[in-house]
Every structure is written in C-alpha cells, then in structure tokens.
Design a protein around this ligand. Structure first.
Ligand code: NI
Length: 179
C-alpha cells in the first residue's frame, strides 16, 4: 500500500515523534509500506512523519547509489555523537519537492538504534550513509533540511515553499535520490 507523502506546510512534519514501545506485526506492515512508498517516489530515505506517522522510525536504501547497500530500518534511533569534520552536499527531500540546496553536516556520527528484530546497535557511521541518516533523523526532530539554510537562502525560497504548502507543487518521482 502506498502512503501519501506529506509535504512542507503539513503539521505532522513539525510534530514531536514518539518512541516505539514494541515491534509487532502492525509495525512490520507499516515498514513494508514505507519501503513501497519510498521506491515508488524513487527516494533513498524516508522517515515516518513523512507518511503522517509521528513515531521514531526511518528507512533507508542506498542500493541505487551503492550496490553493496540494501534496506535498512532504524527504530528508536538516537544520534549520540558527531565527528569534528564536516562536508557539503546538495540535498533534496521528498517532502520539499523541487528544492535542492547545499547543506553542511558532520561526516561522522555515532548512533544507537534497534532493528526490526528489536536488536540494539551502537555504531559509528561515516560517509554518505551518515549524511542520509542525519537528514532522516532531522525529520524525527521536526526539522527539515531547509531549516539549515541561511535566512537569505530561505527568503529566496519563500515563493516555492508557499506553492508547496498550497499544493501547487506536488511530490513527483525524480532521479535525484531524494531523502
Ligand atoms: Ni527528507
């Protein structure tokens, strides 16, 4: 089942997310539908608030970019540390269609999370995966990538953001690997 992707202006993208108390069949179905929705939109990452659910979960599949990668599910993630080094990358987001902007982020993170079997992890992650995780994690923290831009940059995007909020610009699959 495809979910409707929630776009800029929707309250759910600015709503506090809840910890997931247990991993059950309902959650498994939800996650399967999230992957289906992400693939249909040709995204490589998708967070639960983007499909109107205020829970701490996101999915990532970087295999279109790196064939050694595959499906990853992060349940109850917590970023507990950042490396000192930072880099820049032009990000896009399924919830902010047509806008792509350079965002500066740390290249290394330390994160704790659970997988769909409830197993706990504590990992240091770097490179592109670390960037995608930070973008998706931001969604759980009511933050969008455009919030990281300077106020000048943001003011230049004002009209486009207005069109997204009014539904004039809609989500469409692109080949840009949106997050
Ligand atoms: Ni996003």
């Amino acid at each position: 089942m495809l979910f409707e992707i929630q776009t800029y202006g929707k309250d759910v993208l600015r709503t506090k997310t809840e910890e997931i108390p247990q991993i059950d069949d309902d959650l498994r179905v939800f996650v399967a539908n999230m992957f289906e929705t992400m693939y249909a939109a040709e995204g490589i990452g998708l967070a639960a608030p983007q499909v109107d659910k205020s829970i701490r979960l996101f999915v990532i599949d970087l295999s279109p970019i790196d064939e050694e990668e595959g499906r990853r599910v992060f349940v109850n993630p917590q970023i507990i540390g950042f490396g000192d080094e930072k880099d820049e990358y032009e990000e896009g987001c399924l919830s902010v269609p047509t806008i792509r902007e350079i965002v500066t982020r740390p290249t290394t993170i330390r994160i704790t999370y659970q997988d769909m079997n409830g197993k706990h992890y504590d990992e240091e992650i770097d490179g592109f995966l670390a960037r995608v995780i930070q973008h998706e994690y931001d969604h759980l923290e009511k933050t969008l990538f455009i919030d990281h831009l300077s106020s000048l940059k943001k003011s230049l995007l004002k009209n486009t953001l207005k069109k997204i909020a009014s539904g004039e610009i809609e989500v469409e699959a692109s080949e840009n690997f949106e997050l």
